[in-house]
Ligand binder design. Structure first.
Ligand code: SAH
Ligand code: SF4
Ligand code: F3S
Length: 472
């Protein structure tokens, strides 16, 4: 999300030149924040809101920590040794703090929520620790740190106040994430999210629509509605309408050309939502539906709330109604107790569904989760080998599915200059594939028909066509 044209420019310019340029352009009362974001779309959205709140007090973003007045690391603890990673990143900034004692350093996000005051104890040069429910307090926390107080804000809020979203979005481009809910109540046995993001609560539909109207006014053409389980939007605390109705409202906002959402939980996806793909032309033909495993037994141990056959029947309905829709998923290998036979069931499911793409991970025990205490933890070597086998198989399937698109004309929303060739522009199809083609940059933000001429592992190449044929 941050890789907009200015971001790319910043990466190409040597760091020293960039620092000098930034210092020269800097107004005396302006301050600089260096913000590094890890993890999911929720964290990206939280980072954007931080930048928005900080803009009120004249902070703008810098791409280099060396000239920053404030450094924030927005962390993720979904896998691996997340805590150690944060301490090692913090270590990098120790020298900077020595050189500039006025520098303020903060850690936010899911590791901040998980570790709280421990982070302050273990990193004496750290000033602020705040969790995902306290993003909107960033200005207050900063003012405390300026008084030389070290502060921790990790308390959970029950509901959502719209004040938490009342900020400008300084980095709005053509695409924007809109958070529609917070937290998760599912407690899948391997997952840390319910502990770091708290209970599920939805934002009111009118507030979400107002945010989309304002993003559209700022130039956004595509919005992605985000939540850990968007299919249960409006069913618990907070929301006033169901998810399909929210999608209709958002799609009706002037200027918005495409609507996406992430993440869907297979147990909660309704037929109403599935039918909406046929009725709402702005709704992109792509669904990310994490299955996690192809083994009936492992799915039960994961507490996912659906069986393999229930998952497959939803896929079948989607494929019957929309044969060309892209379906992607998440898969964990090496969950405790997973045998070769369970893993083969996952490979079989992958062969049956032929996902357009998958995000696959080795199981990683997370502190405080049920599965971390399960018997039968799988050896790291076995986990790594299973991941390799799965990824190899999926690579073949993705390549085959990309090849199937050659010769078709597809609608592409232009997002800017291509990352691989500055002479080309780049955009995405409704099924979320990257397409590079030659056309003037003025087309940025418009929908263009493109004939797909070549397929690669992670992108497509094409030629612009007259605006007459349009198969999504
Ligand atoms: N809410 C989403 C997932 C959010 S986390 C859903 O339920 O589908 C993103 C992905 O990280 C998960 O889908 C899962 O595949 C992976 N993940 C979560 N916890 C993990 C763990 N402990 N080890 C390995 N992968 C994990
Ligand atoms: Fe984690 Fe499960 Fe919630 Fe997804 S649904 S965030 S995997 S607990
Ligand atoms: Fe990571 Fe927290 Fe998101 S653990 S995946 S940043 S909800």
């Amino acid at each position: 999300m941050w890789a907009d044209s200015s971001g790319r420019q910043a990466r190409k310019t040597p760091a020293t030149v960039r620092i000098v340029m930034e210092v020269l352009h800097r107004n005396s009362s302006e301050k600089l924040v260096f913000l590094e974001t890890f993890g999911c779309q929720m964290n990206e959205n939280d980072s954007e809101r931080m930048l928005g709140f900080l803009k009120d007090i004249r902070y703008s973003r810098t791409a280099t920590p060396e000239n920053a007045d404030l450094i924030i690391i927005n962390t993720c603890s979904i896998r691996d040794k997340a805590e150690q990673k944060v301490y090692s990143i913090l270590g990098r900034f120790k020298e900077l703090k020595k050189e500039n004692p006025g520098l303020i350093i903060g850690v936010s996000g899911c590791v901040a929520q998980q570790e709280g005051a421990t982070l302050l104890k273990r990193a004496p040069h750290l000033d602020i620790v705040f969790g995902p429910h306290n993003v909107h307090k960033v200005k207050y926390l900063l003012s405390e740190a300026e008084k030389k107080k070290r502060v921790v804000a990790v308390e959970f809020k029950e509901g959502i106040d719209e004040d938490e979203y009342a900020c400008e979005r300084p980095e709005t481009g053509r695409k924007a994430f809109v958070s529609i809910m917070r937290g998760c109540d599912n407690f899948c046995s391997y997952c840390i999210v319910p502990y770091t993001r708290g209970r599920e609560v939805s934002r009111r539909s009118a507030d979400i629509v107002a945010e989309v109207v304002s993003l559209s006014g700022a130039g956004a053409r595509e919005v992605t509605l985000i939540g850990q389980n968007v299919n249960s939007y409006g069913t618990g605390a907070g929301g006033d309408v169901g998810f399909p109705e929210l999608l209709r409202k958002v799609a009706s906002v002037d200027g918005i050309q495409r609507v996406r959402f992430i993440t869907s939980h297979p147990k909660d996806i309704s037929e109403d939502l599935i039918r909406l793909f046929g009725a709402e032309p702005k709704l992109c033909r792509h669904i990310h539906l994490p299955v996690q495993s192809g083994s009936v037994r492992i799915l039960k141990e994961m507490r996912r709330g659906y069986t393999v056959s229930e998952y497959l029947s939803k896929i079948l309905l989607l494929r019957q109604l929309y044969p060309e829709m892209a379906i992607t998923t998440d898969i964990i290998v090496g969950f405790p107790g997973e045998t070769d036979s369970d893993f083969n069931d996952t490979i079989e499911l992958v062969n049956t569904v032929r996902f357009d793409n998958i995000f696959s991970f080795m199981y990683s025990p997370r502190p405080g989760t049920k599965a971390a205490a399960f018997d039968g933890q799988v050896e790291p070597e076995t986990r790594a080998e299973r991941l390799r086998v799965l990824q190899e198989r999926q690579k073949e399937i993705t390549a085959e599915r990309n090849m199937e698109l050659v010769g078709r004309t597809m609608e592409v929303l232009v997002e800017g200059v291509s990352k691989v060739d500055p002479e080309e522009i780049s955009g995405r199809t409704t099924c979320n594939r990257i397409v590079n083609f030659r056309a003037p940059l003025e087309m940025n933000g418009t929908l263009v028909d493109v004939l797909i001429t070549r397929a690669y592992a992670n992108s497509l190449r094409g030629e612009q066509r007259e605006r007459s044929v349009s198969c999504y």
